[in-house]
Design a binder for this molecule. Structure first.
Ligand SMILES: [Zn+2]
Length: 130
């Protein structure tokens, strides 16, 4: 069973926001809740300000809000390489990291990793009724 489930609307949001920011990177925080042994990521939160380049030296993770319902981040890799960079692993935030890779077309363009940068399984789930 997948450790991480992501609702359909979040998956679509990640892909379309990645496209919108291309060739720059985008970053969003994801709220999630624990259900049994897995987490469901169901809401995106935009950081208080936008990074034009998340990997630049000015990136400061302490500017991110302290919000314990945020369990993951999602960001895009315009290079299309869906593996965490050294910088990504230096700034872990939350329990999981989703990386979308260009061309951001389908869920296959999104990969999930745990806090140590190990690839983990994830799956798309239907949105829950509010
Ligand atoms: Zn990255």
């Amino acid at each position: 069973m997948a450790q991480v489930k992501v609702t359909k609307s979040i998956v679509e949001g990640i892909l379309s926001y990645s496209k919108e920011k291309y060739p720059d990177e985008m970053l969003v925080l994801l709220r999630g809740k624990k259900k049994g042994d897995s987490y469901i990521l169901y809401q995106a939160v935009f950081p208080p300000f936008m990074f034009s380049n998340w990997h630049s030296a000015t990136y400061n993770p302490w500017h991110l809000p302290v919000d314990f319902s945020v369990v993951a981040t999602a960001h895009s890799h315009p290079s299309g390489v869906k593996i965490p960079s050294r910088e990504d692993l230096l700034h872990p935030y939350g329990k999981f990291m989703l990386i979308s890779g260009y061309p951001y077309e389908t869920e296959a363009d999104i990969a999930a990793f745990d806090g140590k940068g190990r690839r983990i399984d994830w799956e798309v789930v239907e949105d829950e009724p509010a």
